[in-house]
Design a protein around this ligand. Structure first.
Ligand code: DGL
Length: 273
């Protein structure tokens, strides 16, 4: 099946999942949409995140996608079940795959999760982890400064280190924890900073790899894998600043972005213009 796979996020964070998809499924064509103008989703009410997510989904359905990857934990926490029951294509979120990866890495079942306010408040990770193994201990921490820092391209240096140190301080009291889930798809972009702050005894887990594995299993099972000999040209769309998006994408992805366009998802915004 040559149709593209749709990938959505509130901004650039989903690129961390897109990179893994491109590695594990290089014959597939991807259409990525990041709602950078309305990022962050983390502090927004559930109803608003749902509305924005559906706007992204409608945009991608017009492009005839064969599978949807919700590469945003906040959107996954609030909308995955609804999307899965209402769409007639496979829909994959990032929370279950992240939970599975953490369980396979942890030796002592003491797992930490960092994410947006929305993801942590939703308790989606404790539910997913305990849904697999109800003896797991989970400690969650919301890290609101991380997403704006990453969207602004502050990815290393003193300022970034100070923000990471200050934000993660509450987790450092949890001596028993051996695994930390990056429960926001933006966070793998600063994984090295998080790892350095938490120490080498902590396994820092991002969900991209396991999410891509799940996508590949579902496509194979449905006999829907792309068969092509040419190299697919992926399409990227953002609702925000094109140059900021390109600069993170160029640092993060293994190949340059060829097609990048600005889209407007907000009906109010079009009527104001
Ligand atoms: N990358 C997103 C996530 O995984 C959302 C960040 C945000 O918009 O707050 O939760």
């Amino acid at each position: 099946m040559q149709q593209p796979i749709g990938v959505i996020d509130s901004g650039v964070g989903g690129l961390t999942v897109a990179r893994e998809l491109m590695r594990q499924l290089p014959k597939e064509k991807y259409i990525y949409l990041g709602d950078t103008r309305r990022c962050p989703y983390g502090p927004r009410p559930k109803a608003e995140v749902k509305r924005y997510t559906w706007e992204m989904v409608h945009y991608l359905l017009e492009k005839d996608i064969k599978m949807l990857i919700v590469a945003c934990n906040t959107a996954t926490a609030y909308t995955l079940t609804e999307l899965q029951s209402e769409l007639d294509i496979p829909v994959i979120g990032v929370i279950e795959p992240g939970a599975r990866a953490a369980i396979s890495s942890s030796q002592n079942k003491n797992i930490g999760v960092i994410g947006t306010e929305g993801t942590i408040q939703s308790k989606a990770y404790p539910k997913a982890l305990r849904g697999i193994d109800n003896t797991i201990l989970v400690e969650g921490l919301a890290c609101p400064p991380f997403v704006p820092m990453i969207e602004n391209g502050v990815l290393q240096g003193e300022e970034a280190e100070a923000i990471v140190k200050h934000t993660l301080a509450p987790l450092k009291n949890h001596q028993a924890m051996d695994t930390l889930i990056l429960g926001c798809t933006h966070y793998p972009i600063i994984k090295d900073l998080v790892q350095a702050e938490m120490g080498s005894h902590i396994q820092v887990i991002s969900s991209g790899e396991e999410t891509a594995r799940e996508a590949s299993l579902i496509l194979a099972y449905n006999k829907a894998l792309a068969k092509r000999f040419d190299i697919p040209v992926h399409e990227f769309y953002t609702t925000g600043d094109l140059e900021k998006f390109r600069s993170v994408a160029d640092q993060w992805l293994d190949e340059p972005v060829q097609i990048l366009e600005l889209v407007n998802l907000d009906p109010m915004q079009s009527s104001v213009k």
